[in-house]
Design a protein around this ligand. Structure first.
Ligand code: RIB
Ligand code: CA
Length: 312
């Protein structure tokens, strides 16, 4: 059983990633959630998470985190996620509230009080994780690994060579990648190789609670691709969770990764050292390169459909 703490900025794909994890509680135990500013303000993304958990009748800790990057102004992304950060589904207002403690204090508490090592799952900018490692290095022995949606080997979405989560807080990312803790990076390349064709999403066009939520999330989130005449959409954050559950369908390689924090063109670029003969202990990141698309999409669909059958 893998125990995980999820740091996220919901975010359409954040929510779908969480749903897939919830479908496999025999393999993954979610200890709690923290939220971070990214797709939208931390208030909005926290509210989105609480609305979904309430809608599903689930009770999990939610601790609100950083309102902005370590050193830069907030740059939310309404183009991809809308003004609410989760445009599309019309869910009832959240009745539950975040915890009174901060995300960093919550993560510290959960890690220090856990019997086992815990995997940190980072689905948004790495601000909270960087603050945790900087302010509370005593938690490091309790971290199994950090599984990140972010970065790329040689592509970009927010800039020609930068992915949004890293771009948003490159200083935080630099701290995390240089921490010496094992990192699994689901970058843009593997996320695009797991893109879901829009015709496959029609299977969720029904009245089952979870399927309907996914259908309405993707109806909005897929507009970005549809407006560019692309017939599929990457569900970025879901890649991290499916790798934790089904690593055998992925291809990966170890790299030394550092993060560019300067420059107009390359701010937030994850720079992979590709020159050979690096000492093995310098290879700080397992970079996921690609995934078997059929296995990946079938697993996604089966996971959501299995949730429809539970008491959610
Ligand atoms: O670049 C994709 C990432 O940015 C995903 O985590 C998405 O939710 C947004 O946060
Ligand atoms: Ca995200």
């Amino acid at each position: 059983m893998q125990q995980i703490l999820i740091d996220c900025d919901p975010g359409h794909d954040d929510i779908i990633a969480i749903l897939v994890a919830l479908a496999h509680q025999d393999q993954i135990e979610i200890l709690g959630f923290t939220t971070v500013a990214g797709n939208q303000t931390v208030d909005k993304v926290t509210n989105n998470l609480l609305k979904v958990l309430d809608y599903l009748g689930l009770r999990y800790d939610v601790a609100k985190g950083a309102r902005q990057p370590l050193r830069r102004p907030l740059e939310v992304q309404p183009l991809a996620h809308g003004e609410s950060g989760m445009d599309g589904p019309l869910l009832p207002e959240a009745k539950s509230h975040p915890l009174a403690i901060s995300a960093v204090e919550y993560l510290r508490h959960k890690l220090l009080n856990s019997t086992n090592k815990v995997t940190l799952v980072a689905l948004g900018p790495l601000t909270n994780i960087a603050l945790l490692l900087t302010l509370h290095p005593e938690v490091r022995p309790k971290i199994e690994k950090i599984a990140i949606m972010g970065g790329s080997l040689d592509s970009g979405n927010i800039l020609p060579r930068a992915e949004f989560n890293i771009y948003h807080d490159p200083e935080a990312a630099k701290i995390v990648f240089s921490s010496g803790i094992r990192i699994i990076m689901s970058g843009l390349e593997v996320c695009y190789s797991g893109s879901v064709t829009h015709d496959r999403l029609e299977i969720f066009n029904n009245d089952h609670k979870v399927s309907r939520l996914v259908y309405e999330l993707m109806d909005f989130f897929s507009q970005y691709s549809k407006q560019r005449n692309i017939n599929s959409s990457p569900i970025f954050d879901m890649t991290v969770i499916i790798h934790l559950l089904k690593p055998e369908i992925f291809k990966s390689k170890l790299y030394y990764i550092d993060v560019e924090t300067e420059g107009a063109l390359c701010r937030g670029m994850t720079v992979a050292e590709k020159r050979e003969s690096l000492p093995f202990d310098r290879l700080n990141t397992e970079v996921l390169l690609s995934v078997d698309n059929k296995e990946f999409v079938d697993y996604f669909i089966e996971s959501i459909q299995s949730l429809d059958k539970t008491s959610l």
